[in-house]
Design a protein around this ligand. Structure first.
Ligand SMILES: Nc1ncnc2c1ncn2[C@@H]1O[C@H](COP(=O)(O)OP(=O)(O)O)[C@@H](O)[C@H]1O
Ligand SMILES: O=c1ccn([C@H]2C[C@H](O)[C@@H](COP(=O)(O)O)O2)c(=O)[nH]1
Length: 296
């Protein structure tokens, strides 16, 4: 059985999604793998990849994905772009920070795909997870991992991309929390870990800087209440404290997991006005290598 045959089965089942960005990306990936594997069926996938998206027609997929010298899949032509991931506890102010920088020309911002997590074909895995983490934690986190990977691999159109969280925090903070608290069965954790390790070992996930918005859990609880997202009404202070500790161990103490890029810590308990001032003060540090591009 060829690699292409296996993939055709998987991708054909997602036929209704074929026109979405992620499906087109999948076709491109398969097309490339088929070529790499010397599989003639690859020509079929190449045709699909071209015919599904007018943007795709402009450039060959071969110029988009290739294997690096380390044998990892990389997106070509994106090397000079700067990718900044904004990390922090729930309701720490990440989206607000991105909104602020989105006013700068030559920075593109990508927020977390929370709307997808709240509605995938009419289902709400985020809500289900908060209601019954032991049953639905794997469902949500599998989908988070897929959608974050899609975010990381999407074409960067500006010199600088700022994105909310990353595939790393999904695993190191949220999956880890579910597992350590006994709410994720061992087998679910093992399967998610295998997926995560395969992805990070085989695909280059570009991250140049992590901006960590460091808040107290109490501040997050207050902001969470103001935001008032229906699914999150069940979140107690203790949950935010555990997430906070996981972030601190990862990015401050550096005692838990691999950190994929340098970390800039911004204290984020202050009110909105002071925070915007802080962002301005840190602008150069955040976008240092591309500062000549920027106009507010
Ligand atoms: N510095 C701040 N002071 C007070 N409220 C804030 C501040 N930053 C953000 N908020 C508010 O807190 C809530 C959560 O902020 P948000 O940016 O959505 O957090 P995140 O994206 O990290 O979950 C929102 O209602 C937002 O308007
Ligand atoms: O891997 C993840 C990432 C996020 N979540 C949850 C946490 C929050 O309820 C929402 C969105 O987070 P924000 O910090 O408000 O952006 O999604 C998760 O459970 N797993």
């Amino acid at each position: 059985m060829t690699f292409a045959y296996l993939c055709v089965n998987i991708l054909c089942r997602s036929a209704p999604q074929l026109y979405s960005h992620s499906a087109v990306t999948s076709w491109r990936l398969v097309a490339f793998r088929c070529k790499a594997f010397g599989d003639r069926t690859g020509a079929f996938f190449r045709t699909r990849a071209y015919s599904n998206n007018s943007e795709t027609k402009k450039s060959s997929y071969l110029t988009m994905l290739s294997y690096s010298s380390q044998g990892k899949l990389v997106r070509n032509g994106q090397e000079k772009k700067l990718v900044i991931c904004v990390e922090g506890n729930i309701a720490s102010g990440k989206t607000t920070c991105l909104e602020y920088f989105s006013k700068t020309s030559n920075i593109e911002v990508l927020t977390e795909p929370v709307s997808k997590w709240r509605n995938v074909r009419g289902h709400n895995p985020l809500g289900l997870m908060y209601q019954d983490p032991a049953r639905w934690g794997i469902t949500l986190q599998t989908y988070v991992q897929l959608t974050m990977l899609d975010r990381h691999l999407s074409t960067i159109s500006a010199p600088v991309r700022m994105m909310e969280r990353s595939i790393y925090s999904a695993k190191y903070i949220f999956v880890e929390n579910l597992y350590r608290s006994g709410k994720m069965p061992e087998v679910d954790f093992a399967v998610l870990s295998e997926w995560f390790e395969w992805i990070t070992q085989n695909i280059t996930i570009p991250v140049d800087l992590i901006v960590y918005l460091q808040t107290s859990p109490q501040t997050c609880l207050e902001r969470l209440k103001v935001r008032c997202r229906e699914e999150e009404k069940v979140i107690p202070l203790e949950y935010l404290e555990v997430v906070h500790q996981l972030y601190e161990d990862w990015l401050i103490k550096k005692t838990s997991f691999h950190i994929p890029a340098p970390v800039l810590v911004i204290s984020a308990d202050d009110d909105m006005q002071k925070m915007l001032h802080q962002y301005e003060e840190n602008r150069e540090k955040i976008i240092a290598c591309h500062s000549s591009y920027f106009v507010i």
